[in-house]
Structure formats: structure tokens, C-alpha cells
Design a protein around this ligand. Structure first.
Ligand SMILES: Cc1cc2nc3c(=O)[nH]c(=O)nc-3n(C[C@H](O)[C@H](O)[C@H](O)COP(=O)(O)OP(=O)(O)OC[C@H]3O[C@@H](n4cnc5c(N)ncnc54)[C@H](O)[C@@H]3O)c2cc1C
Length: 322
């Protein structure tokens, strides 16, 4: 079988670079921002994205200066328009299947059989959530149940809200944070038990809690109206926060040998270099918290500046042959 790398020049397109300066995997705010900085730095770059961002379920994104309230799709389209001005960047709407190192270069192979070589890699693949196992919860997620008060708390301010988490400590912590937006809070631990201290702290702030398992969530068109419990009781709630489990969206960091940090993100230094030479990490995949579009975009810019600095340094200080 012919090695797809032999097609490489044709695959890369626009400027016919044989060896890319950088391959970015993930086209969320982190990857897009990295692409913009690298385009402006005249670096040959391919950005791969398979269109499954973490916030795909939401109708509006909040808190990104100048873009408050845009849809996730509008945000990405605007970013792509900005980047389209820079000829050395190419978008590829496809899934990356593997990233490895061959002959001293990174080789990115796509699910459709393409292969690309790059000097540097930016992993900006984000995270994936697993919601608590509660009937119909996904119908409400992104419309009336959200993941983060900073993203959607303002729109739910002063309303009767619920905090849902399978882990009682995480539920209690989230209630503290959310209490800034509404005082009418019900903490639901879905069967797990709060400590006496946590109960006392919640009560002291007028926050109610219920530890009974949740039977179902009721409402229409994604708008939560009621939480029904296994003991038959129900509570009217019009929205709230769900604490989900999350995992890395892609396992390239693990397969390349990148170290992870104590919160489960890809460990990276100030310039977003990982412990594997030439591999950078940006956005939710590295930062974990706070998970914000603007934080991810800033992180992508840092990674791109790190990539460009290292490439520049290497061209001025090439390794001396022994
Ligand atoms: C419900 C919800 C609502 C939110 N609302 C807000 C908000 O209002 N404001 C705010 O600031 N933040 C919000 N966030 C957080 C925000 O979405 C994230 O912090 C942000 O998207 C992280 O950006 P990222 O670029 O790191 O990852 P992502 O945006 O998740 O992008 C990662 C990209 O990598 C791609 N990818 C992954 N693996 C591969 C592969 N193998 N090949 C090709 N492509 C791949 C994915 O398709 C995806 O497009 C919200 C999050 C959730 C869950």
C-alpha cells in the first residue's frame, strides 16, 4: 500500500508545504486562537476539527468579551473568517485517528486515511462530559440545566434552581458558588449523603437539600419545571447546574507519553509545552478549570507563541552534529 505521506504536498494545499510547522488538533476556541496566532506568524499550519465541541448543546455562549450571547456556531464561524485571511493556515474538517513520531517528525493520520507531517503539535481536543444517570437529563442540558454558573448563572438569576450531582461534596460546593446568582436553591445529591458540616453550612445560608434519589426530571422542550424523587415527592425548579463527570475527548496525550496534572488535564508549562518535546497542549484538555471560552482562547494563543518561539529558536540554534 502506498504511504499517504507521499501525497503530502497535494494534501497540504495552499502553499504546498511539505513539512508543516504545526498541526493543531481541535478547532474550539483554543485551537482556533492558536491557528490565528500561527497564521499571523506566517507558520504553515493545519487545523483538524471534527465538529464536536464541548458546548455543542448550548444555544448561547456567554462571557467572551465582544461576543457575549453568540451561538457556539457563530463564534466558530467568526473565528474561521478571521483566520481565513492568513494563507498559511488550512482547516480540515476531519477526525484525527492517531499522532505519532516517525523519522523525528510528528505524523498525524486522519480517519479518512490522510497523513501529515509536522514539526510541532498542539493538542486542543477539549473534554467530554458524562451526565449523571437520570432519565431525560440530556433533554434539559444546555437549555435549562447548565454546567457552570459563570457561563449561564446570569440568565437564571433569582429563579428557583436546582444543583444536581451524584457526589454530595461537589453538590455542596456548587451550591455555594451558585448562591451568588440565586438564593432559592435546592441541592440534590441523588442518593449520596452530605456530611453534618455540609448540611449545617447549607442551612445557615438558607439552602435546602434533598438526598433521596431522583426519579425523573419533568418539563417541556428542554425547559425544566419539576424534579421528581424516588419517594414520590416533587419540587418545582426552573433550571440549575449539573455537576457531570468529564474525560479527555481524545487520548493523544496519553499515547504520546504526556504527563497529566493533578486535576486530570495535560500538564503544560507557561508556554503550554508538555513534557514531550514538540507537543503543546491548550484549552480545556489542559486547563480543566476554569472552563471558559476566553480562557481556552488565551491558552491557545500562549501555545501558538510557544510553538513559534521554539521554532525560531531552533532555526537560530540548530543542533550541532556530533
Ligand atoms: C453546556 C456547556 C455550556 C457552556 N457555556 C459556556 C459559556 O457560555 N461561556 C464560556 O465561556 N464557556 C462555556 N462553556 C465552556 C466552554 O465550552 C469550554 O471551556 C470551551 O469550549 C473549551 O474550548 P476548547 O477549545 O478547549 O475545547 P472545545 O471547544 O471542546 O473544542 C475541542 C474540539 O476538538 C475537536 N476534536 C476532539 N478530538 C478530535 C479529533 N480526534 N480529531 C479532530 N478534532 C477533534 C472537537 O470536535 C472540538 O471541536 C460551556 C460548556 C458546556 C459543557
Amino acid at each position: 500500500m502506498r504511504d499517504p505521506l507521499s501525497n503530502h504536498t497535494e494534501d497540504i494545499g495552499k502553499e504546498g508545504f511539505k513539512l508543516l510547522d504545526c498541526a493543531i488538533i481541535g478547532g474550539g476556541p483554543a485551537g482556533l486562537s492558536a491557528a490565528l496566532v500561527l497564521g499571523r506568524a506566517r507558520r504553515s499550519t493545519v487545523l483538524f476539527d471534527d465538529g464536536k465541541p464541548r458546548n455543542a448543546v448550548t444555544r448561547q455562549s456567554h462571557g467572551f468579551l465582544t461576543r457575549d450571547g453568540v451561538t457556539p456556531a457563530e463564534f466558530r464561524e467568526a473565528a474561521r473568517r478571521d483566520i481565513a485571511k492568513y494563507d498559511s493556515v488550512e482547516f480540515r474538517s476531519e477526525t484525527v485517528a492517531s499522532v505519532g513520531k516517525e523519522r523525528g517528525r510528528f505524523v498525524v493520520r486522519t480517519a479518512s486515511g490522510g497523513a501529515f507531517e509536522a514539526r510541532k503539535i498542539i493538542l486542543a481536543t477539549g473534554l467530554k462530559e458524562t451526565l449523571p444517570d437520570i432519565g431525560r437529563i440530556a433533554e434539559y442540558y444546555g437549555t435549562s440545566l447548565f454546567s457552570c454558573p459563570y457561563c449561564d448563572g446570569w440568565e437564571m438569576r433569582d429563579r428557583p434552581l436546582v444543583v444536581i450531582a451524584n457526589d454530595a461534596s461537589k453538590a455542596a460546593h456548587m451550591a455555594q458558588v451558585l448562591s451568588n446568582w440565586s438564593r432559592d436553591l435546592l441541592v440534590c445529591t441523588n442518593g449520596s449523603r452530605l456530611t453534618a458540616e455540609q448540611r449545617e453550612a447549607l442551612a445557615l445560608h438558607g439552602i435546602r437539600y434533598k438526598e433521596t434519589g431522583i426519579r425523573s426530571l419533568e418539563g417541556e422542550h428542554g425547559r425544566l419545571e419539576r424534579v421528581r424523587f424516588e419517594d414520590g415527592a416533587s419540587e418545582e425548579r426552573t433550571g440549575g447546574i449539573v455537576v457531570s463527570e468529564w474525560r479527555q475527548a481524545a487520548d493523544f496525550a496519553m499515547s504520546l507519553g504526556c504527563r497529566m496534572n493533578e486535576t486530570g488535564g495535560i500538564a503544560a508549562d507557561e508556554a503550554r509545552r508538555t513534557n514531550v518535546e514538540g507537543v503543546f497542549a491548550a484549552g480545556d484538555a489542559a486547563v480543566i478549570s476554569p472552563a471558559q471560552l476566553i480562557v481556552a482562547a488565551a491558552d491557545g494563543a500562549r501555545a501558538a507563541i510557544g510553538v513559534n518561539s521554539d521554532l525560531t529558536h531552533e532555526s537560530f540554534h540548530p543542533p550541532v552534529p556530533h
